[in-house]
Design a protein around this ligand. Structure first.
Ligand code: ZN
Length: 454
């Protein structure tokens, strides 16, 4: 025993010094990364897992850091589990957030889904309420009228929750709803204001069975007079129906056609830069947006739509639809379509499922036209504008659908370089619907469109 202990100690010394060096290196890396500007998007694929993270972008740097640290801690937990095993099917991690501003309060609702085997994704919700310039996190009590308590709100919530579960015939009990809506802060951690009223978000299993998924209970503004402060009760003006301009397609009749499509957005500068440059190539494109992002980047979504580009759905949270039950698939689809409608006044008809994962049953549920791609630029891997452009130019053909992501500057720049070159080669750049019209193809909800080549 003794000799083996001695032997170990010389090895041990070596181990300890290597360990100290690693700790120092980690400290340096960590120290640097903390002072770096905030990242906002991450996409990774390994043999063990797929991972997609949207980091919230808000002007309050202190709260941004707080939120990003929370997401990173969840991400690291997941990676440790995923790397530890040899999964038969890939594990998956998705962090998305939605952003709203009501009066002077910022509202960020983060949803993290992780799939590490088993029947379904595990979901974790976290919401942040804060002003632009203070470090304070607010809770529901802050929004109450002076002299009112959470109990006043809880009574209304119970009533509207019961009405909802009865209307929708959900699998729950009076006791369950009563418990989940009673006046405890933990029941009111997630809420948002929309055009109809105050919506309390109940994550799955809070007031009904897991299969019913997330429930959003809206209490109309007129019911909240005297309970919620007046400044939060102003009804957002309902948007008029917007009719986007329709292009005269006759000039494209004899051209070779390409549909550029952009997933995972909308984003801020990169999307805007793309929109500002499309006219140079007489181009219109299709955006497959994430429902979780549209309220954060509503100006760019509206700009894309009103300038004649097409808006399609890329679902709400970028989950693998094969791993969801029917209700959750519908929830991903309906929530996205409603978020888009809230901004542009109409629902999309096209869908691109994350990872291209779709089958006949899911198509029946979505009841939309499935658009995939046949030129995969792998832009998110290379993030190299010249490589991306070359990939498009080398593979270009009449009827092609190009897959890109407008969340990366390199993708947008690469697309514009390719358009410059392909325009000289006699190509025109059209949306999916324009392509179908020009090719005289009536879209079919049972099909998947990889291209519109004959
Ligand atoms: Zn995607």
């Amino acid at each position: 025993m003794k000799s083996s202990k001695l032997k170990l100690s010389s090895k041990g010394k070596k181990t300890i010094s290597i360990f100290i060096i690693i700790i120092c290196l980690l400290y340096l890396v960590f120290k640097d990364s903390k002072t770096e500007t905030l990242k906002n998007e991450e996409k990774t694929e390994t043999d063990n897992y797929t991972l997609k993270v949207d980091y919230p972008e808000v002007s309050n740097q202190y709260i941004s850091t707080l939120m990003n640290e929370y997401i990173d801690s969840k991400k690291e937990e997941f990676i440790n589990i995923a790397n530890d095993i040899n999964p038969t099917e890939k594990y998956d991690f998705s962090a998305t957030y939605s952003y709203e501003k009501k009066a002077d309060i910022n509202i960020v609702h983060i949803i993290i889904y992780s799939y590490t085997g088993g029947a379904h994704y595990i979901r974790e919700d976290k919401s942040y309420y804060f002003k632009d310039n203070t470090k304070d996190l607010l809770d529901i009590n802050y929004f109450l009228e002076e002299g009112k308590t959470l109990n006043d709100l809880s009574v209304k919530t119970y009533y509207y929750a019961m009405k909802y579960v009865k209307d929708h015939n959900l699998n729950t009990t009076d006791e369950w709803v009563s418990d989940g809506t009673k006046s405890e802060l933990q029941n009111y951690e997630h809420f948002t204001f929309n055009s109809d009223g105050l919506t309390i978000i109940f994550p799955p299993y809070s007031i009904s069975c897991w299969a019913d998924g997330e429930l959003r209970i809206t209490i109309p503004y007129n019911e909240l007079n005297g309970i919620i402060q007046d400044k939060f009760l102003e009804n957002n003006q309902k948007k008029p129906i917007i009719k986007p301009p329709k292009r005269d397609l006759t000039e494209f009749k004899d051209k070779k056609l390409i549909a550029f499509t952009f997933d995972d957005g909308p984003a801020n500068e990169s999307t805007n830069y793309l929109l500002d440059n499309l006219d140079n190539y007489d181009a219109r494109v299709t955006f497959f947006v994430l429902g979780s992002r549209v309220s954060s980047y509503k100006d760019n979504l509206l700009k894309a739509y009103t300038t004649g580009n097409e808006i399609g759905s890329h679902t709400y949270s970028h989950l693998n639809l094969y791993k969801l039950n029917n209700y959750d698939i519908l929830n991903e689809v309906v929530k996205t379509n409603e978020s888009i409608k809230e901004i542009i006044g109409s629902e999309p008809t096209l869908i691109r499922p994350p990872y291209g994962n779709i089958n006949a049953d899911i198509k029946k549920l979505t009841n939309m036209y499935t658009v995939l791609w046949d030129i995969d630029t792998e832009d998110w891997k290379s993030k190299d504008k010249n490589k991306i452009a070359k990939n498009i130019i080398d593979n270009a053909h009449d009827g092609a659908i190009v897959l890109l992501h407008d969340i990366y500057n390199a993708s947008v720049e690469g697309a514009l370089i390719a358009m410059e070159e392909l325009k000289k080669e006699g190509y025109a750049f059209v949306t999916i619907s324009e392509m179908a019209e020009l090719k005289n193809i009536k879209l079919d909800k049972e099909k998947s469109y990889f291209n519109f080549s004959n």
